[in-house]
Design a protein around this ligand. Sequence first.
Ligand code: SAM
Ligand code: SF4
Length: 328
Amino acid sequence: MALRDSFGRVATDLRISLTDRCNLRCTYCMPADGLAWLPGAEMLTDAEVVRLARIAVTRLGVNEIRLTGGEPTVRPGLVDLVAQLAMLRPRVQLSMTTNGTSLARFAAALRVAGLDRVNVSLDTLRADRYLAMTHRDRLADVCAGLAAAATAGLAPVKVNAVLLRDVNDDEAPSLLRWCLERGYALRFIEQMPLDPQHSWDRGVMVTGAEILARLRSEFTVTALPGRGSAPAELFAVDDGPGTVGVIGSVTAPFCAACDRVRLTADGQLRSCLFADTETNLRTPMRAGADDADLAHLWAAAVRGKRAGHGVNGPDFAQPSRPMSAIGG
Ligand code: SAM
Ligand code: SF4
């Protein structure tokens, strides 16, 4: 059974949020004093995560799993959990999105456990700005974490950056130069309306077009063909081999090619970041549902996936769960 929706898209990429908690407080993602965390009893256990992942891989055609959060590295037992997911057959592509603060400690063990690659979020190279943007003084740890990821072979090491107007939007070229020098693949992501403060403002968002214009002040940037279902539009930098990606989630949505489905840390399926409904897998699982029952619930949830996120439509309403509790 494939996870096919009513528009013919097939979900093969499962994003699992391992926690809604985080050790940073990125201003566009979390208030400085944090959020009301999910109660522990509602969080999926490791065994439950592995069981649902096994159902996805063996019954529903999922071939790629990305671990995210919140910050996945704050989940106790992460390395063991990765090892169990890496043992699923057929073997999936296993990656993780992380703020990188703990990678210096974990990268080698995660690689040995079977993690294939990482995406590390880094929005600025200036320590004062990093502190202002995340409320934590951890820039040096992130840089060390990126180096550790590369050394461990978690390749290609990707860097995700969100630009905020008049905060760090002047850093597009310097971030790109820094990443190219180190062999990291940089992708800029347009800020989306997923913050708990509901402070997103379309007029203030730095658009993909603006990001490209800023890059072109220092580089030749040429569009590359063959985006497929990848959210990033890729560009060759100075005729290659270096590249840069721009994820225009708002101004150039890639919903028509979306192949993702999300599982929250408390066991709710979401067919889209912006979905207004969730399918609860945790409760039936804990009530004794068998694998076939859970697979059917899962397939039905994906069948109801909407055509697009609707951010640009007149009726758009921001989902009540913030990004950190959905799994970015
Ligand atoms: N804590 C990990 C991290 O920061 O990489 C994983 C979770 S975080 C929610 C995943 C990604 O979402 C990060 O790259 C972050 O910059 C991005 N993100 C968070 N809020 C966002 C927003 N409102 N719009 C666009 N990207 C956002
Ligand atoms: Fe934490 Fe990631 Fe959100 Fe930053 S973007 S607050 S690192 S979950």
